[in-house]
Design a protein around this ligand. Structure first.
Ligand SMILES: Cc1ncc(COP(=O)(O)O)c(C=O)c1O
Length: 419
């Protein structure tokens, strides 16, 4: 193990992104491998939140809407536009991913631009599938097909394309899937959908901040996603919605909230929907939760998404090799795509004792925090801005000890609400 640790320290020493770990609050004797679920707290977010409490809300009170807060929302949206290479005024932030997905699905169905059939698959995040189901239950014209590939690991792109051809309409997919981290060929599917008079809504929750997503180059028309994972926006930080400008002309927000009005503070009797992306705003934005998104996105823009993606791929491959060498012989299974091109920034492994192994990781000499997804997945999230090669090596060796010494027997099978 010592040789492996020395080797990983060398890799860390040569890592061009190594200084970015200092941008975050890091706890001693802890390895955090859950940035794919809730990213770490940037140091600057703490300062900015204190400032908003002490000064902007505390002293400046309502004047802060004009002085700071309205432009904060626009500024963060435009930083996301930069990250994803979209045109100006195509991204809005404020609601949760689930709400935006509902809004955009309802809007597409109401537009009559596409057929009323919705396609998704078994790899998609449950909330997205619940929303699709709910839309079909309340909208008599809408139907759906949820494609089941009979595996949690990868999508069968040929099957998916055939289904789109047979039943064109609206497709909803997570660009990086939450269990295995499978990555779809986004441009190929967008172009295919376009040819079949269909449109794909991309859920970028597990992709944003670790994968270089270029809306223009990939012909992406609609996307939604969380900001609290690799974008480090904090618990429950609002999501974003992207709609390409030419589509905005034909889509309407099904919710006529006052922030979607072209001039909310006119308090007019009639609802005059904004013409741009702001039409998808509903109510007052959660300013306290938007402040840390800006900090998170700024760090990513500073580090450069290409460099982040390159490190993620290298670390993911490094971890895969360690898993193959040391953990597979001990009864672990590799539950992510084998080819690094098809993997996002987390790797899933499983074991008959996955849950109790997770508990042992959290309660060992170093606290190691991965996460667990039922029925059996231990997800190891690589956040290139603060995950080191040494973190990954120590985690693998700790897993070896836990299984060899059957340390998991010291823990119960009780599961709290958040795993
Ligand atoms: C892929 C994916 N989609 C949607 C959601 C739901 O997001 P929200 O809680 O913002 O509605 C999550 C939450 O973790 C997710 O991982």
């Amino acid at each position: 193990m010592n040789e492996e640790i020395k080797f990983s320290q060398k890799l860390d020493h040569n890592d061009p992104l190594r200084s970015f770990k200092n941008e975050f609050i890091n706890n001693d004797d802890e390895i955090y491998l859950d940035g794919n679920s809730l990213g770490k707290l940037p140091k600057l977010s703490k300062i900015k939140i204190k400032n908003i409490l002490d000064n902007e809300w505390g002293i400046n009170l309502i004047s802060s809407w004009n002085d700071f807060w309205l432009e904060l929302v626009d500024r963060v949206s435009s930083k996301l536009e930069k990250l994803f290479n979209s045109s100006k005024n195509e991204i809005i932030i404020g609601e949760s991913t689930s709400v935006y997905l509902y809004q955009i699905l309802a809007s597409l169905l109401n537009s009559n631009k596409y057929s009323n059939h919705i396609i998704s698959d078994n790899l998609n995040f449950p909330s997205d599938l619940y929303i699709i189901n709910g839309i079909c239950n309340t909208n008599k014209k809408a139907t759906s097909t949820i494609l089941d590939y009979n595996t949690d690991i990868d999508a069968n792109i040929v099957l998916l394309k055939n289904l789109i051809k047979q039943k064109p309409g609206v497709i909803c997919l997570s660009l990086v899937t939450y269990k295995s981290s499978f990555v779809y060929p986004i441009k190929e599917l967008n172009d295919w959908a376009y040819k079949q008079n269909s449109i794909i809504i991309w859920d970028l929750s597990h992709a944003a901040g670790v994968i270089n997503i270029n809306f223009k180059k990939t012909n992406t028309l609609i996307a939604v996603g969380c900001t609290y994972k690799f974008l480090n926006g904090g618990p429950g930080s609002p999501a974003y919605l992207y709609v390409k400008s030419n589509l905005l002309k034909v889509l309407n927000n099904p919710i006529n909230g006052w922030f979607g009005h072209s001039n909310p503070f006119s308090f007019s009797k009639d609802f005059n929907q904004d013409k741009g992306i702001k039409k998808f705003s509903n109510g007052t934005p959660s300013i306290l939760s938007i402040v840390p998104i800006e900090v998170g996105v700024d760090i990513i823009l500073k580090a450069g998404i290409r460099a982040i993606e390159a490190k993620s791929k290298n670390q993911s491959e490094y971890l895969k090799n360690q898993i193959n060498k040391l953990l597979i012989p001990l009864g672990f299974k590799f539950e992510s795509p084998i080819n690094k091109k098809n993997r996002g920034s987390h790797i899933s492994i499983s074991h008959l004792e996955s849950w109790r192994i997770c508990k042992s990781l959290q309660h060992g000499p170093i606290k190691i925090i991965p996460d667990y997804r039922p029925p059996k997945y231990i997800r190891i999230g690589i956040s290139p801005l603060y995950t080191s090669y040494e973190d990954l090596t120590r985690t693998v060796y700790r897993l070896v000890d836990i299984v060899k010494n059957k340390e998991y027997l010291n823990h119960s099978n009780y599961k709290p609400k958040v795993t």
